[in-house]
Design a protein. Structure first.
Length: 491
């Protein structure tokens, strides 16, 4: 088994190279550098007789994983042939050096012996150039692995390997999802060397910066204006916690799960109204109001040391993964119907207690129309259903006759009338189910339509200086028809 001694060339010029590393490079052992583009290699010309670099591997491969794999495999092969080789990398071997991590994994498997010699990382030079203290909070990110959700904007953030305009553009677009387009960032090139450049620019100019190379990093200063982070979940969570805290809002502090129930129902219906109106701004606002209710319930749970929003999110994430094996597992589905069928089967297996009825899985809090719809769907799944929609239509006609008969009774038993009217509604819900129409949603649409048309009647009465009470049904009906035509013209 061969041996590889890995040395760090530091972040700057030869004068910053530790003497011990200098001696290793001059030892006469076969010498390999990941790249020739480093100040130390240029400064050592004439002092080291022969060395090899892997720059050509970068040129013939499109993916960095392929580049690093080929470098590591070649190093191991050379070490086995020569017995002991030296491998030089920019900076420190254990800072932002993928090939080093791969060599360590090979060593754990017994494929190679690896010795690590130190070196000054580029971070030391970066901290000096930028005059920042990492103890205040610091994050180092490889530009190739930059993900929006991972960036800690309250910390000092350094993004390395921003070596060309394409990478710079990707970094810019990712950061601009959270930061203003003119947020000031710093572009640092060749930190710690005599070629060092530090320039402050607005974020939107990042990919217009022409002086980018393999020694370029981007520094994002910590966000001090909390308003820039109002869109982040952690900020919302802290706001809700403060509202319920010792110095919070008296109204929020006294709320309970029970007292908030009516508000959750109300906000859900207001969201449905916004969806029906296709009003995006209204939808955003109402979705926020629904989320507020969820956050308040979660905060109450946390205050009572029962559960927290983390438990809610964890449970939901686990359930989504568990119930979508066709996405996160190896189950194959042909269409949406099979997805629903799988969902129901998985859901049954998850139930810890045996239900007394298959209808018990339908929420008792649903509005009656929706509850009737879901009761019927549950019963239909085990075969308790009409074979054809025509049978359902016959049932509607039957229930309508029974209701009419009850209405004509002279004693006018109100309870029986309600029962028969309920039967009629239930039969109509069955029709809706056959045509895949959610009755609650359909009625909500009709309510909205009625509201809009009646508002038109009110507006026209006001325009003509008329009182509604003084108008005839015929007059009001004419305005109703006008409203209908206006709706049709908008469609």
């Amino acid at each position: 088994m061969g041996k590889i001694t890995v040395v760090g060339l530091g972040a700057g010029d030869l004068e910053q190279l530790p003497y011990g590393i200098y001696q290793v490079l001059k030892s006469g052992l076969p010498l390999f550098f990941r790249t020739k583009d480093h100040p130390v290699i240029h400064d050592l010309k004439g002092e080291i007789n022969h060395y090899e670099t892997f720059d050509e591997i970068y040129e013939v491969n499109d993916r960095f994983d392929d580049v690093y794999n080929e470098i590591v495999n070649k190093l191991i092969a050379e070490a086995e042939k020569e017995g002991h080789i030296i491998y030089g990398v920019p900076g420190h071997p254990l800072v932002a050096e993928k090939t080093m991590q791969m060599l360590i994994e090979k060593q754990k498997k017994g494929e190679i012996d690896v010795e690590i010699k130190g070196g000054q990382s580029f971070l030391d030079a970066m901290f000096t150039s930028l005059q920042i203290d990492p103890i205040e909070g610091f994050q180092l990110i490889d530009a190739h692995n930059l993900q929006r959700d991972h960036v800690q904007y309250r910390h000092h953030v350094i993004i390395c390997q921003v070596y060309d305009q394409m990478i710079a553009s990707e970094v810019k677009l990712t950061l601009m999802e959270d930061l203003p387009y003119d947020y000031e960032v710093f572009v640092v090139t060749a930190a710690g060397s005599h070629k060092e450049k530090v320039q402050q620019i607005p974020l939107y100019k990042l990919d217009r910066f022409v002086q980018l190379d393999n020694l370029t990093s981007v520094y994002v200063p910590p966000v001090k204006d909390e308003r820039l982070l109002y869109h982040q979940f952690s900020v919302l969570r802290s706001v809700i916690s403060e509202l319920r805290g010792p110095n919070g809002c008296p109204w929020d502090k006294k709320q309970t799960h029970e007292s908030l129930k009516k508000f959750l129902i109300e906000e859900c219906y207001e969201l449905l109204e916004a969806i029906e109106e296709q009003d995006i701004d209204h939808m955003v606002e109402e979705l926020g109001d629904v989320l507020l209710q969820i956050m308040l319930h979660a905060q109450i749970g946390e205050d009572e040391a029962v559960f927290s929003i983390d438990d809610v999110i964890r449970g939901l994430t686990e359930k989504m993964i568990r119930r979508h094996p066709h996405v996160f597992g190896d189950v194959n589905v042909a269409n949406a119907d099979e997805v629903v069928e799988n969902w129901e089967q998985i859901k049954k297996k998850e139930k810890k207690e045996q239900q007394k009825s298959i209808l018990d899985s339908v929420s008792k809090a649903l509005p009656s129309l929706s509850k009737a719809y879901h009761y019927q769907r549950k019963a239909a799944k085990i075969g308790f259903d009409w074979d054809h929609v025509n049978e359902a239509w016959k049932k509607v006609q039957e229930e309508l006759k029974e209701f009419e008969q009850e209405i004509k009774r002279e004693d006018k038993k109100t309870l029986n009338q309600k029962k028969e009217f309920g039967d009629l509604l239930f039969a109509l819900v069955n029709i809706a189910r056959f045509y895949d129409i959610e009755p609650e949603e359909a009625l909500t649409m009709t309510n909205h339509k009625f509201y809009q048309r009646f508002r038109y009647i009110e507006e026209m009465a006001k325009y003509n200086n008329r009182k509604l009470e003084e108008m005839t049904l015929k007059e009001m009906d004419s305005y109703w028809e006008e409203a209908k035509k206006l709706e049709e013209g908008e469609q």
